[in-house]
Design a binder for this molecule. Sequence first.
Ligand code: PLP
Length: 451
Amino acid sequence: GVAESEAAAPSPPQMPHFDHTPLPYTGPSSQEILEKRKQFLNPAIFLYYKKPINIVEGKMQYLYDETGRRYLDAFGGIVTVSCGHCHPEIVDAIVHQTKILQHTTTIYLHHAVADYAEALASKMPGNLKVVYLVNSGSEANDMALMMARLYTGSFDIVALRNAYHGLSAATMGAAGLHTWKHGVAQGFGVHHALNPNPYRGVHGSDGKLYAEDVADLISSATPGKVAGFIAETIQGAGGAVELAPGYLPAVYEHVRNAGGVCIADEVQTGFGRTGSHYWGFETQGVIPDIVTMAKGIGNGLPLAAVVTTPEIASTLTKCLHFNTFGGNPVCSAGGHAVIKVIDKERRQENCAVVGGHLLERLRQLQEKHPIIGDVRGKGLMIGVELVTDRGTKVPAKAETAEVLEKMKDLGVLAGKGGLHGNVFRIKPPMCFTKQDADYLVDVLDYSLAML
Ligand code: PLP
């Protein structure tokens, strides 16, 4: 019965890593917020939980609802809170800059913007040295696609099935997830290659075979010349899908042979999250021509960037190119603080250590629960895919939603995604500890057992 199972529920980490008492809440009730939301907010956004939660405060890897109840956050505002909620050094940098000068535009000089661009460029390999600051991942990818087309003089773009790149007309066209396309995406000139998904893809883990599909696609369905290729190094919205080993080096060669440039969408995988490397593309040993980044870049600020080579950047000087908020001093100061915190607190290393531990424990859980079809990922970018039958791999969509709700009731917030909505996405703030990881796994174990 309920009382029995609740008695057996895992208990949260006993020793919080800091003392934090949330402020008393004086705002409207959840019901009132829900009513306003129904009336005035975008009706396409779905609420995660049947019993929605009202999150009013955050501290590092924890969130608090209006009753002061604490939740372990394993989703970080969709992979965006990289360093931790309200990280004190990042808050200080933002507040400091806000008090001095909140906004001009890049038509004037500002040291915070120049210093930040320098710091970001110093994190890039090769000749990736020119930074464009923008406001969202969609805008960054939109710009990258435009740059590829301007630079090469070609139009065709190769993207992946199961990819997500944003919601502007062009990036929605590049997405390979029908669940995000509304049927009106402007995908003219975009060709979707086979998804090199080791778990579900037709060629298993053979990255080279999937790459040959791209070569065939280019020679059969384009003029033989392409503008470029765009891919996430681990697909995010698609369900934390790692690209088969060897895929990117082989594809990059085919694409460059066809005159195209290679775009890495690092919106979810950048800034050390994969643990082994600072950028996701480095896990496959390639250097792209254009890199886009957002989400974790600002720890929650509306900030994004495109970084490319001086040669590609020079294509964009023929016309004016400018956006109002890109290079905003407050976002630049905050973004710069994020880079410093990741280095100072060795967050990349933490992703490797805690992510490795989490993956190991999740793989043990897979042995116990047949519903877990696949456990995958790198560092703190992890997917757990639920299937009703391991042989047929039928997605266990309803079960995923049920377990997600149960975990929330026990105090753990995970993400879900994938084309079939059957993948848990575990991508917490990078300050997640082993203790947090253990608690998450215990809660998942318990919730799966309750199905
Ligand atoms: N690219 C990837 C890999 C993403 O996950 C997202 C957002 O989820 C985007 C691009 C779009 O970013 P934004 O929502 O900031 O426009």
